[in-house]
Write a protein that binds this ligand. Sequence first.
Ligand SMILES: [Zn+2]
Ligand SMILES: [Zn+2]
Ligand SMILES: [Zn+2]
Ligand SMILES: [Zn+2]
Ligand SMILES: [Zn+2]
Length: 455
Amino acid sequence: MASKDSNPDLASDTYQSPALAFKQALCFSCWDVSSNLSRCSACKRVSYCSAKCQKQDWNRNHKKICKKLVVLNKQKGYIPSAGRRWKDYSDEQELEFLKSGTWNVCELGRLVGYEPYCYHCYRRESQLEDKTKLNACQYCLLTSFCPSCQQTHPSAECVTLQDIAADDKIIVDLRRRTGKSSIVSFTQLPRKHYLSLSSAQDWHDYYTRLSDKGGCRSKMNRELKHLLNDPKEREFIEYLRCDTNTTTIQLTLIAALEAIMPNVSTRSSISLHVIGASGAEFASLPAFEELFHLLPSLTALHLSFVGLNVLEDLTDDTETKNSLTLRCCTACTEMGRSISMTAWRGPYHTYVDTECYKTPDLAAAFHSGFAVDEEAAWHPTIKYLAHAPHPTLFTAARYFEIRKEMGVWKNLGAKFVKNAEVNKWKGMSPSLTVCGDKPNEVLYQNYWWYIVKQK
Ligand SMILES: [Zn+2]
Ligand SMILES: [Zn+2]
Ligand SMILES: [Zn+2]
Ligand SMILES: [Zn+2]
Ligand SMILES: [Zn+2]
């Protein structure tokens, strides 16, 4: 993934940090949903449930960024209540990103990106009349209003944002219980007979027909929204929806394999290269087993993660440092199946000249953003992939990225196995953009996809 969405440091969990925390609706330290939060009195950008949490966060990172936030606040002067245009707001934000010397990969960048503003007049708190505050929407908690404006926003939009808040709470709860911040609930037992993923209409169909969640058929609609009001059932359906943001990677890969390999149902070994891999791809590692569970004849899966953000030290053992065998479920292990994984840090076009390189069946770059972000750095790799000895799958969240990418491919004379279209296996859980084209713009993981043809 491009720097825009990536986080080279997997230990610090900014990648999955809830938007609610950046919007001051959760304690920034323990992520507790307390009604009694108090803000950092200096920067007023983060909230805490207790003095203990505040101190902990201060020592962890906040002392480094608080001062910078105070400076940014001071640079923003009062704006009359008539407000301003969205463009003024977004230009200001671009400038802030430049000033804070970062993008939304790190905590400071995310705090800059998610700074609350009034939904109607686009003013931030430091731009309001003296001593006035923004109020959060009581339903989604992710939208704010200044006292001079109307205190509502469109209900359809609020419902989408409530999904984001619900997913944030699931992730907070999961982290508290398990220490993990992503959900993987793929098919429990390997399928005995191959049923093509392309025969499934959508996630609902996949969960209830190909996977083993048939019992949920009447409990959720096609958008994976719960239909019953039982809290336990509701929670389970919310988990399923949240999980699509992880498993989107594996299902998109299977769909791509089906598109390029007529014999995918009888293949015993498949080799995949994941280009520009970072946080999202690594968080989804356990879900690669879904390839075994949906492809009954597959016994060996080889994964290579290549990119600037890849951590090469997969294990502590110096001998096997760059390669690893992932443990499969009991049923797969008994069938003699295994996933071998290697990691290589550096650009893909350099990797292809190394001894470790072997031509894969398919390469994939999820949310590369190569035409909008770090274009120069990506170019040699893209040039190589336009005529590589294997097909390459690309995804992007936004249409304007796809449009720009198509321009680049056209110049390189690339051909396509699959033209750009909306991906059936996009994530179903939205996320809030930090610098969108309109207020409360949301994105879906791997919304668009296409496959570049091999030479
Ligand atoms: Zn706390
Ligand atoms: Zn502060
Ligand atoms: Zn306002
Ligand atoms: Zn709302
Ligand atoms: Zn298994």
